[in-house]
Design a protein around this ligand. Structure first.
Ligand code: DLL
Length: 422
């Protein structure tokens, strides 16, 4: 679609959204009225940045169904995220929302080269989490064959990879690594695979390289969050140069997380989404907490959709260690970039002495030799980070079988969270 055509479509849809929110009369409608907006006809795309934000706290305050913009009998499904910390965030879908979600996930899969002839091995978790069922419905909408594996039971997964010969693998990046290693250990042939669609957690370019080493695939990044729809908000194409945001349905902005002012194009900022076509839970300017940058301009693949960078991290996942701010994914980049350690690591924030919080980087060496001193120096040179690096025996760092990887753990008192740290 040309940029002008899409802008016209977005404006038309935004108009409808503003009218619906005002008519629904919930927290978002009230805020619009307080801001002096009487109807969607007043609002052009250029005015979007003046409209009120919506935040996760609004969903919690109105839990479970207080933010619906349709009568509850029109809701056909709920999903949610348990959150690595804090309360669950519950979201709701009408039948039309499920159709939209399936179409968006079908787009994501086709970004990775999937077609109606594909077999999609789906190892995202099925359940309240949006990953499994979202991708499942997308594969069905595409006309592909979906294998609904869910997470865990890795041996059985490897067996199915060998027997059904899928071309597309969908799971978290950490589990992709696990599956790659398990397939190698079992000595099975997984050369049918062509692409993997990996997301739900931050992952660096270095982790991508590690995955592409153990699996014969292009590793494609998919981004989404329950509040906006689930997976299918943005996906890389095979060019692997940024994630195309499905902005005909999810209008994206980046803002300065401190001031809320628009961030400049190409500069990192907090992603903010507006969902003009969702029915049950449409959101106006929803602040995600996720940090990325946006780039306009055509991609060699031909898509004109705005592209977002890989997520640097969530604003609330940032670690502050002796005055240095660092995202876990930045530590991952330095560790894996060294080529000296295996792609399994954990960051232990030692808070046993509140006045002297320190970071212990627990990892496993790839080969003989002790990379400890080199990694300490690299982290200091690259990130200004003073960290203790502990190289542990192979297999010590817990491997991800189900759900999202836990990259950061806190040590508050007592025994260390991993053996060998004391
Ligand atoms: O994780 C939806 C999803 C499922 C996306 C499967 C991709 C694949 P939630 O559980 O609500 O939804 O968690 C959303 O996860 O705000 C980000 O912080 C993080 N996240 C999701 N995808 C990525 C990604 C799903 N590709 C939260 N890179 C988001 C980095 C991601 N972080």
């Amino acid at each position: 679609m040309s940029l002008d055509e899409r802008a016209a479509l977005q404006r038309h849809r935004l108009w409808g959204l503003v009218d619906r929110l005002i008519a629904a009369g919930g927290v978002q409608g009230d805020r619009l009225k307080d801001a002096g907006v009487t109807g969607g006809a007043d609002i052009h795309l250029a005015d979007l940045h003046r409209l009120p934000f919506t935040v996760k706290q609004d969903l919690w305050d109105n839990y479970p169904f207080g933010m619906l913009a349709v009568p509850q009998e029109q809701v056909v499904a709920v999903h949610g995220s348990s959150g690595t910390r804090g309360r669950p965030t519950l979201v709701a879908y009408t039948r039309a929302d499920l159709d939209l979600w399936a179409a968006m996930c079908a787009r994501s899969l086709s970004c990775a080269g999937a077609t109606a002839d594909s077999i999609v091995h789906n190892a995202y978790g099925y359940g309240l989490f949006t990953g499994g069922i979202g991708i499942h419905q997308g594969a069905v909408a595409l006309g592909a064959t979906v294998v609904p594996m869910s997470g865990g039971m890795t041996e059985r997964q490897v067996r199915m990879l060998a027997d059904l010969r899928p071309d597309i693998l969908t799971c978290t990046p950490a589990y992709a690594l696990r599956l790659g290693e398990a397939a190698a250990e079992a000595g099975v042939d997984i050369t049918s695979l062509r692409a993997g669609v990996f997301g739900a957690e931050p992952w660096s370019e270095e982790l991508r390289a590690a995955i592409e080493k153990v699996l014969p695939i292009k590793a494609i990044d998919i981004y989404g969050l329950s509040e906006i729809i689930g997976p299918g908000v943005a996906t890389e194409c095979l060019e692997q140069n940024g994630l195309h945001v499905n902005e005909d349905h999810f209008i994206v902005e980046t803002i300065d997380p401190e001031t809320g002012a628009p961030a400049d194009e190409g500069m990192p900022g907090e992603l903010v989404f507006t969902t003009p076509t969702k029915q049950a839970l449409p959101l106006l300017r929803y602040r995600t907490g996720d940090i990325a940058s946006l780039t306009r301009g055509e991609c060699p693949c031909g898509r004109t959709l705005v592209r977002m960078s890989k997520i640097r991290g969530r604003a609330d996942d940032m670690l502050v260690i002796r005055g240095v701010n660092v995202y876990p994914s930045e530590v991952e980049r330095v560790l894996l970039g060294s080529g000296l350690v295996a792609p399994h690591y954990q960051l232990v924030v030692d808070r046993r002495q509140e006045a002297a919080v320190r970071l212990i980087v627990a990892c496993e060496a790839l080969g003989p030799g002790d990379p400890q001193a080199r990694l300490v120096a690299d982290l200091r040179a690259d990130l200004g980070l003073h960290a203790d690096v502990r190289v542990l025996p192979a297999g010590t760092i817990p491997r991800v079988e189900i759900g999202k990887a836990v990259r950061v753990v806190t040590w508050e008192r007592g025994e260390p969270p991993l053996p060998g740290l004391a």
